[in-house]
Design a protein around this ligand. Sequence first.
Ligand SMILES: [Cu+2]
Length: 504
Amino acid sequence: MSLKLPRREFLKLAGVLTGSALSTSVNAYGETAMSRSKLPDHSVTRSQPDRPADYALHIGTGLVEVASQRFLSTTTYNGQFPGPLLRFKEGHQIVVDIYNNTDTPEQLHWHGQFLPVDVDGAAEEGTPYIPARGMRREVFVPSPAGFRFYHTHVRAGADLHAGQYSGQVGPLYIEPKQEPGSYDREIFLTLKEFEPFFSQGGDMDMNIPTPTTRVSALKRAGEAAMRASLARGMKKGYEVGYRIFTINGRQLGFGEPIRVKPGERILFHIVNGSATEIRSLALPGHTFKVVALDGNPVPTPAEVPVLWIGTAERISAVVQMNYPGVWVLGDLDNDDRGRGMGIVVEYSGRRHKPRWASPKPFLWDYRRFARRDAGVPEPDEVIDLHFAKDNAADHGFNRWTIDGVAFDMNNMRPMRQLELGHRYRLRMRNATDDIHPVHLHRHTFELTRIAGRKIAGVMKDVVMLGGYQAMDIDFTANQPGLTLFHCHMQLHMDYGFMGLFRTV
Ligand SMILES: [Cu+2]
């Protein structure tokens, strides 16, 4: 299909596709007027009871063919992985019906959007669950424009079939009111692992982002805590590994390659849909011109040979196709790429085995994309947040704390009250050796200091905080109600790494 289709045509087509998915899967799942009558009585539903939905999403078991004749069974949206690409229009109200065809209540989080708590999709903020075997209608005005995504937001704990260990991830694009669009076509890539397992292997070997300066006091504290735990005879806490790695639900080499022509400019929208992993990507002989991070245009688009994408981060990057051949666009990690984390890029007229070549060592640095002057407004208040790990403290799982407190799902007490309209600086200090992709719901924040260095103009909703590092992020509390702040690694957020702000 030509991707030069005007946007309006795209939307119509998408509407038709989801419309047909709605009627067929309603029948296939046996959903009838019955399930509609079980609807919880939300005011959003009452306000527009007869309006047909623009989109319908069905949460249920689906099969994912990750390799030829190798089918995985997992919970998906609309029976497919990734979930359907949703294209919303900034500022245009949208109606989405979410059917839950499973036996457990679900949450669907509209990641990266500025939405009220009743639709944001986090029980901790007060979003009602999509009941088991029931449905929920959500009506909202999408914003801000750019590359977002949607995913489940329930606790998985020790259940590796639940939460984001499942296939509940889908890309979402909010069309801006006007778009510059200096590219020939867009391609969406969702990175995701399957078949997770627990191990007590200990440390994952992870680099830290640049600048690599660590804070020695944080390192001393983290190492002392770990030594004390091991001295008490504790094993290391569980970590998650995976057997299968995919891009768009397919292992490297399976399915159609990305077919390109010399000279073409392709805009890749890449989302790391992993439950716990940080990913890297390279395409031999090519560079990525990063134009947006987490869907937000960067002040200084810059070319890099390698992308580094934390859990739930997104990167939009233009690749000029000027090195004909058949290549592997893949993860730098040989094991993960060998287990499927890659996709073939094939130039027209070229037919040979896909080639991979490891790029030269490259350090990821958010400052590369920043505004050149590093001035940012002073915040009304600085909030210190100290992150720590209590090794294996919760039934063998690491317990994670913010200022000494592990989030308690039973009382869900907010950690701080914020004043509407005030600008806050979160001064995050990581007294653990792990990278944490921290996420703030319902807001965009600005990176203002990384490991002691100033930075300005990079707007994100997830950021990788390196082990034993410190980082400042600034945001204006402009969303009334509860806002969830958490590490986006399922294993960390499930075991305490969450906190709530209440904005009044
Ligand atoms: Cu974490």
